[in-house]
Design a protein around this ligand. Structure first.
Ligand code: AMP
Ligand code: MG
Length: 436
């Protein structure tokens, strides 16, 4: 395997000059906001890791087979290696070949060698007769098969992989089959992208830990663990997950510390219009803010900023409401992480779905949580998960899609009737037609 090449510096990003201050608060369409985020998402450097620890990682290079597989012609059945052209059904058994044990033996006319699956076919033999078609008779075997074809039950050299064949392209996520392929050709350790280092920070004086009993006016912090789970599922390395009070000095100190050591910082809360929405206030001092508001529901007050050398660091100031935070993660953070990790499947599948019931329409494009299933006619059917309030995290439970419901201004009504086709982002495979 070639050593991992040093990663070329990214070209400067077009949008690198900060957006004019009066543009930051413009309500921009989600597509425009996503394009801004992705323009700043840069490929992370490569590293090599032991193959045994590489599951879920993203390949940093194309992998090429450096030898044929199998490296020898191998039996694909337990049976007898023979010469196909031999006339007589009787063969003298002159030896055996078992997988992993190569004995010196050569098949000649009138003879056979007992062989197991995966063993190298002995010299002279050009077919393997499976054991079910034979019958032992002392030191002979009787073949109960009229015709034995040349090559029968033999896997030739290079049948599975040829020398020089590309096994996997860079950008592949190493799942079980991919790990096995790489193991088979002996590429251990394997070159992968470094995982994005992410810090997660909840903000708000009202928050207590999940194991604590909330006092008057307090609630438990649910966003931090939600975001840690979402980040981990995307292969990020969560280097810190903590909580900051609504105190300017304390928040500033914590942000300073996290910005210095993270590829990505994700906060929740503190980005809307309240006087203690300090994340928003501090971002202007610590980072280069790129946008503050997106024309979408939920998740309008979503702050995106860049930091560090070459603006390589990405800062996502997600709104505090739990559904807004998770939708914001899905639409902006997740795609950025997959670009940084060099994945070639950076986007969720977008598919047309049929609404199965009348669906309310809001004043902004809305990402409603929905269950998508395959209908009996093969079309995809979508039902939203009930009340879509941005505080109601239960609306995400069991959802396998976000359906994109256009705003009233486009629909011309406050409801989309059942039967309307909308776009869905699939977060997981659709359910089968008969799933409960
Ligand atoms: P904020 O964006 O800080 O104004 O918060 C908006 C709403 O989300 C408020 O009701 C907060 O109490 C709630 N909230 C903020 N952070 C969290 C969190 N980490 N977990 C659960 N709810 C939160
Ligand atoms: Mg708050």
């Amino acid at each position: 395997m070639n050593p991992v090449p040093p990663i070329a510096p990214n070209p400067p990003v077009d949008q690198a000059p900060p957006a004019p201050a009066d543009d930051l608060d413009r309500l921009r369409p989600p597509e425009e906001a996503r394009a801004t985020v992705l323009a700043f998402a840069r490929l992370l450097p490569a590293e090599t890791v032991p193959l045994a620890a590489a599951a879920g990682r993203v390949l940093a290079e194309d992998l090429v087979a450096d030898a044929d597989q199998p490296p020898f012609a191998a039996a694909t059945m337990d049976g007898y290696a023979v010469m196909a052209g031999d006339g007589s059904p009787w063969r003298e058994v002159i030896g055996e070949r078992m997988a992993g044990r190569v004995t010196e033996v050569e098949v000649t006319p009138g003879t056979a060698v007992r062989i197991t699956t995966g063993a190298p076919v002995p010299l002279g033999a050009d077919a393997v007769v499976r054991v079910e078609a034979t019958e032992p008779a002392d030191d002979h075997v009787v073949i109960h098969q009229d015709l034995v074809a040349v090559g029968e039950n033999i896997r030739p050299v290079g049948f599975d992989l040829r020398t020089g064949e590309r096994i996997l392209p860079a950008g592949t996520v190493l799942g079980p089959a991919e790990i096995g392929l790489v193991a088979g050709v002996g590429l251990d350790p394997v070159p992968v992208r470094r995982r994005p280092r992410v810090s997660v920070l909840s903000t708000g004086d009202e928050l207590v830990e999940p194991h604590e009993q909330p006092g008057p006016g307090q609630i438990r912090d649910s966003n931090r663990l939600t975001l840690v789970a979402a980040l981990t599922a995307e292969g990020a390395e969560v280097v810190y997950a903590g909580h900051a009070p609504d105190d300017r000095a304390a928040l500033r100190a914590l942000l300073d510390e996290r910005l210095a050591v993270s590829d990505v910082v994700v906060t929740s809360g503190g980005v809307s219009m309240g006087q203690l929405d300090l994340v928003k206030a501090l971002l202007g001092e610590l980072t280069t803010v790129r946008f503050r508001r997106v024309f979408m529901k939920p998740g309008k007050p979503l702050n995106f900023a860049t930091f560090g050398p070459d603006d390589r660091g990405l800062f996502f100031g997600l709104p505090g409401n739990p559904v807004s935070a998770l939708v914001g993660f899905e639409i902006f953070v997740r795609p950025a992480l997959s670009v940084m990790a060099g994945r070639h499947d950076t986007e969720r599948p977008r598919v047309p779905v049929v609404l199965v019931r009348d669906t309310p329409v809001g004043d902004r494009p809305e990402y409603q949580r929905a269950v998508v299933r395959v209908g009996h006619d093969g079309r995809l059917l979508a039902a939203n998960t009930g009340v879509q309030a941005s505080s109601r995290l239960a609306s995400f439970v069991g959802a396998n899609a976000l359906i994109v419901v256009p705003p009233q201004t486009e629909v011309g009504s406050n409801v989309l009737p059942a039967g309307t086709v909308v776009e869905a982002l699939l977060l997981a495979p659709p359910l089968g037609p008969d799933a409960a």
